[in-house]
Design a protein around this ligand. Sequence first.
Ligand SMILES: C[S@@+](CC[C@H](N)C(=O)[O-])C[C@H]1O[C@@H](n2cnc3c(N)ncnc32)[C@H](O)[C@@H]1O
Length: 660
Amino acid sequence: MKTPLSQKMGFFAEYYLKLKEQAGATCEADISKLSGFSEDEERVAYVDQLDWVQAGDANLLVRPEFDGKSALLAAEIKERATAAFKGKKWLEAMVLYTRSYMSLPNENVAEIRIVLANRSATLYHMQKYKECLIDIRRAIDLGYPKDLIYKLYERRARCYMALKDYPHTIEAFKKCITAMDDSALTSDKKSKLNLDAMTMIKMLLQDPRTAKQAAKQQKQKVALDQATALPAEKEYVSPLVRIDRSPQEGRFARAAADVKAGEELLVERPFVSVLLEKFAKSHCENCFVRSVVPVACPRCADVIYCSEQCRDEAAKKYHKYECGIVPTIWRSGASINNHIALRIFASKPLEYFLQLKPTIDKELSPEELLSLPKDDFRRVAQLERHQNKRPPSNFFQHVLMARFLTKCLQASGYFGPEPKPEQVRAICSLVLRSLQFIQFNTHEVAELHKFSSTGREKSIFIGGAIYPTLALFNHSCDPGVVRYFRGTTIHINSVRPIEAGLPINENYGPIYTQDKREERQAKMKELYWFECCCDACIDNWPLFEDLPRDVIRFRCEAPNNCAAVIEVPPSCNDFMVKCVTCGEVTNILKGLKVMQDTEMMTRTGKRLYETGDYAKALQKFIDLIRIMYDVLAPPFPDFCESQQHLKDCFLNLGNVYNLD
Ligand SMILES: C[S@@+](CC[C@H](N)C(=O)[O-])C[C@H]1O[C@@H](n2cnc3c(N)ncnc32)[C@H](O)[C@@H]1O
């Protein structure tokens, strides 16, 4: 049997190429006509009526992965799964158990836990030990029968053994031994299993790796407990932040008064967030915290949550219209941005968007935008989307993706049993709009991975989200702020003083200390469609490694506010130095003294950082930056280093995962 296109990996690209191939020569001419439209709805209507696009729709059938709940159907599929299991057809058994699981009504808990336990056995044979452990945990959480539970503990022990996790192996074998008391096993079988388990426990207890691992796990557990215990964070926009607008740069954040280094400027929860598929088994889909005891979605098996609270929150927010569709999105090869677009619509009923649509283009000032309710679609709908700069081919690709995502919504019942074409088109045009603003306004959500044995730290991209206020901040290659995440909540803090009236810029990726100007500018042009004119670009500041070490850059302290930089070699014996710009003399003694003090402070800050006292280290680096900035003018190496340390301290206050 031929696999349907939507079951294949990366099928969207295949669909797109096939579509263009089938259309042949007419395709480019048809696509170019998209430049004649100014409204997204017209663009969607135009693409909809193209014969060759309609013909291609046959390849883009989207169906939920399950046909709705039915205990009867679930039982029938389970029987087929068990037959496949007995025939050692592991993959087939696993897929069938999954379908059976998804078909079971929520209230059929007894059957759900059996199917999960059976699937865990299948996963064990497939050597998918981590997945197997998740199913075991779920089956136990759902109250797996006492007389059979020893089997799950034994399987759990064998999984941990295969994963070389000895403390957990021992714990599971111990539970298996205790659970056997409730089993109906014959005494022969009991003693044999008992002996096996005891032998393993004894052997592992003697293994020196066990104690070492146990100590590490204890440390990790503390970190995880702290992570899961993240308090619900209050949102905050500092009065120091004012959103302004300029003809060249659009809206941007400006300092309403002097900003000191280290100040909290913004704490914002996402308007929408999506976890990368790769983390779907380890993190909560709702809050992005690592799920120690995962809870499955009540309707499908696509995603997991860290707690029932998160699951219920997500179910209320959006999950209904994604159930059974998420695997199709993952398989399609669509990027996380496309999934974000789908989720925006899955979060509110059709009527909401239809009602809002006529007002969507009424331009709102930044103040009006920011005072809208947090979940108002206009907060994101009016973000930058550069629709006047888009070539027709770009619109065409986006319309195709919008059509696919709208089909996903349709398949999940979003438009009701009899979808009205005009409503489908209206939503498709809003999805198209969303794809455009998402392109320029999404942030990567990160988690800091720490390898305590080597001291290495790495920021890992775990998902994507839109923060409507932060999305109004512009870019600089020498940003004034750092961002870090607690769960999905973003925190923005200043990393240097910012004078009243100056822009508060964040960074979209390339930074002057690491990337050459040409590369940074090319990247900004390609990804965000603007020419970067930050100080670092205009003056072509050197990379960190090329910053001159043989000059100190003092600020001219003349009372005329000259603001020039006086470059002095470290060996200079004169304390009174003349500014070549204004001719006034500056006493650099204070600056030299600062240089001496900073050495000591840096050492203290680093020591505090290494011992894990991030709050104190942070304060040290804030002080350092403040006193350096007062007399010295960036860029200079010590300042860059202190800023980097300050950023690292902030990152450690956010999502952290200790790997060893
Ligand atoms: C995330 S938005 C920032 C807010 C945006 N200026 C607005 O009005 O909504 C990104 C877009 O802002 C503009 N932008 C960001 N940084 C800029 C800069 N340094 N200079 C000029 N334009 C910039 C670019 O058009 C970019 O695509």
